[in-house]
Design a protein around this ligand. Structure first.
Ligand code: CDP
Ligand code: MG
Length: 716
């Protein structure tokens, strides 16, 4: 049919030859497959609208929009009409009316996420129930909702809203609601058929987050139930993906149709590293300066690294090197970080246009791979790495680890260089390394702790988790390990030979937290410290409440010394929260003490919401005042699998998986050598670091989980 195609066969495009690399360490090669076709909707050469777009994104935030600003509205409308998806609007609507489930495949930036819900609304297909669009990341859900509200000239929280954990802007009038996949899963606990929506859009399905994967099963089931219940409005499903690998989705939904919307993709010249480099950060930074020196234009550079700390330090290093006299002739460098934990106003910086004579370098996590579109990028530097959550079979915990990305991710990253004009992609790895990468990323469900998800499935009334219709089923051992964790937390129990949710488990499922944190809160009354535990868990749920401006680390450490507790980081967090309240949540006070006002305010907001859940569940909130031992004991009732023991050689071994680990240098315990440490998480960057740690007494551990610790043979 006109305007649509079946997914095209991957085919290579010939790159144009802007050869910058006369002396570079990279060799040019033929570019890999682009997702373009010779289809009906051609890639547009006219990209003049992007100039305006930059202005709007950078010039003022959507929140400050004035309704009288007709120029802005006109410009937004022009931009909407110039999107690759616009010419196929009507065909798309016909397809959506015809099929109950439709898969839409389209390149990043073609307009899927922002436009399709608006088309549905314009056609009044949301009369009976609204449209709910899921996103794997909260940042994307919020920023897209803002953008759509602006395009529709309405206030955020009115017709267009969002809902992410601990934060929402919705009202009864909301018809288009952008949510994180985790939030929709939570909604399904109280409303398993998602009766308030006529449409659910599972966006960024290619990312295969654990929540999206579970939603596949929940939605398939909800669709069936609603179909077989007379008088029920049918549930329409749209699955959206930026990568080609959609056959799997289609066969899961009874071979539902797949439609392809072509985006813009200009040719990209690709360069691989000539030899294998171990230090991928250094390789990426060197490449940035090679581009910077050799490419005369000021086009912007997007660098993919892995995590916050690494990115912050790369940003600081590049800024430093950029001051070198040898670069005096080059455009001025504006270096910006981009990661999910970055405060919203700093995230908006990446959209701001550069001043004349300036070049933007954005150092990002995989957030810029598909969910956020940054205009102006012509160069991509890909480290080939990402930080991913990995699961330790046989134990109850996850860890963040830097891993090689998949080929599909590498193609996505490359694609970011060619959305507006021909571009260049520098891969910091060899062609052979690329060939050895997995073709697609492993779905998160196969590599993370399932305890949270299983608890939610049970709370939704799914009787047998082992037979749940997962799109990719985790192994029975994997599910059983999560069940074992839930059993030891007291969330499930055996009843008539099957596992059922206990009363405590039902309460844990009400908290928007991992079950082990919910468990610690539920233990609060027993130790008389619910008040303190709520403060600590709220601080852990927020981004870092500390400010560590580069170059002023010592000043920050000195200013915060008064909060540091010899008991560890959890009590340190508690002291900060208490002091923040005592200082009447004063911004200046935060500044003086190198504390992050915004994140502290957010933590208190989270706390308020957790207090409400406590009230609903009948959890009494009492304070232990200065008896902070009981706080650490209480935390250990949830986190007891996260314990490490000091060895004779001065290193730590985790009790659960016998991994070697060290205290993170930012920890309050760093420099000391407590015999037992309760850590919040493990992060692998070169070494395995324990983050956010407290001293624990082994005697407590025996009291909390005698069976578990007897097996671990700890010395008391
Ligand atoms: O979902 P898909 O990647 O196909 O595209 P989209 O997110 O709907 O974005 C379409 C266009 O809207 C992007 O190319 C951006 O130019 C613009 N956009 C924006 O300026 N600000 C946002 N927060 C989201 C989108
Ligand atoms: Mg999108």
């Amino acid at each position: 049919m006109a305007g649509f195609q079946e997914p095209p066969v991957k085919k290579a495009k010939i790159g144009n030859n802007v050869n910058l690399n006369a002396n570079s360490s990279h060799i040019p090669v033929q570019p890999g497959p682009s997702h373009s076709t010779n289809g009906h909707v051609k890639a547009r050469q006219d990209n003049s609208h992007y100039g305006t777009l930059k202005h709007i994104n950078g010039g003022r935030g959507p929140m400050q929009k004035t309704f009288r600003d007709t120029d802005n509205l006109r410009s937004l409308l022009t931009q909407r009409h110039a999107l690759p998806i616009f010419p196929v609007r009507n065909e798309l609507l016909q397809e959506l009316k015809k099929h109950q489930t439709l898969i839409i495949l389209g390149e990043t930036g073609s307009g899927k996420t922002t436009q399709i819900p608006q088309y549905i609304h314009e056609e009044r297909l949301d009369r009976k129930g609204g449209v709910c669009i899921t996103q794997p990341r909260r940042v994307a859900a919020i920023s897209i909702a803002k953008r759509v509200a602006e395009e529709m000239n309405t206030n955020l929280g009115g017709l267009v809203g969002y809902s992410v954990r601990f934060e929402e802007a919705v009202s009864p009038a909301t018809k288009l609601k952008y949510v994180t996949d985790g939030m929709l899963l939570r909604e399904a606990i109280s409303d398993p058929t998602l009766s308030r929506y006529s449409w659910v859009v599972l966006d960024e399905a290619h990312e295969r987050t654990i929540n999206t994967d579970v939603l596949f099963g929940i939605l398939k089931d909800a669709q069936k139930t609603r179909k077989s219940t007379p008088g029920q409005d049918p549930l329409r499903l749209i699955i959206m993906s930026a990568t080609m690998d959609v056959d799997h989705f289609s066969s899961y939904f009874a071979n539902c149709p797949v439609r392809y919307v072509e985006g813009r993709q200009y040719p990209i010249e690709m360069f691989y590293a000539k030899k294998q480099e171990d230090d991928y950060v250094m390789t990426a930074m060197t490449t940035v300066f090679q581009i910077h020196q050799k490419a005369p234009q000021q086009h912007d550079i997007l660098v993919f690294l892995t995590g916050q700390e690494e990115i912050d330090s790369a940003v600081a290093n590049i800024r430093q090197i950029a001051k070198d006299d040898s670069l005096a002739e080059c455009p001025r460098l504006k270096v910006l970080p981009l990661y999910a934990a970055l405060p919203a106003h700093q995230q908006l910086d990446v959209f701001r246009p550069t001043a004349p004579g300036e070049r933007k370098v954005i150092i990002s996590t995989n957030i810029a791979e598909t969910s956020i579109t940054i205009p102006g990028i012509r160069y991509v530097v890909d480290s080939g790495r990402a930080k991913v959550r990995t699961y330790h079979p046989g134990s109850g915990f996850d860890a963040l680890r830097v891993k090689k990305i998949s080929q599909a991710q590498a193609w996505q990253r490359m694609g970011r260089a060619g959305r507006e004009a021909p571009g260049n992609c520098y891969r910091g790895y060899t062609r052979q390394e690329f060939d050895a990468m997995d073709v697609n990323p492993t779905p998160e469900i196969l590599r993370s702790n399932l305890a949270s998800v299983i608890l939610q499935l049970l709370a939704m009334g799914v009787k047998n988790v082992l037979t749940f219709d997962f799109i990719d089923k985790p192994s029975a051992a994997h599910i059983e390990a999560a069940m074992a964790q839930l059993t030891s937390l007291g969330a499930v129990a055996v009843q008539a030979e099957s596992l059922v949710l206990t009363e405590a488990g039902g309460k844990m499922a009400q908290f928007p937290l991992e079950p082990r944190y919910a468990k610690a809160i539920l233990s609060g009354p027993e130790y008389g410290c619910t008040d303190e535990v709520l403060s600590i868990i709220s601080a852990l749920s927020s981004e870092s409440i500390f400010n560590n401006p580069s170059g002023r680390k010592d000043a920050a450490v000195n200013a915060r010394r008064k909060f540091t507790s010899v008991e560890g980081d959890h009590i340190t967090l508690l002291k900060v929260i208490r002091a923040f309240k005592a200082a009447k949540k004063n911004k200046m006070w935060c500044h003086e003490n190198f504390l992050n006002f915004r994140n502290l305010t957010y933590a208190l907001e989270v706390r308020k919401q957790l207090v409400q859940v406590c009230q609903r569940c009948g959890v009494t909130i009492t304070s232990c005042q200065q008896n902070t031992d009981s706080v650490r004991r209480c935390l250990a009732t949830g986190l007891y699998t996260n314990v490490a023991e000091l060895q004779l050689d001065g290193k730590y071994l985790t009790l659960d998986t016998k991994q070697e680990a060290v205290l993170h240098p930012s920890s309050a315990l760093w420099g000391g050598k407590p015999a037992y440490v309760l850590f919040t998480e493990l992060v692998h960057t070169g070494k395995t670091y324990m983050h956010l740690n407290s001293i624990v007494d082994p005697q407590w551990l025996y009291e909390i989980a005698p069976d578990y610790f007897r097996k671990k043979h700890i010395k008391t």
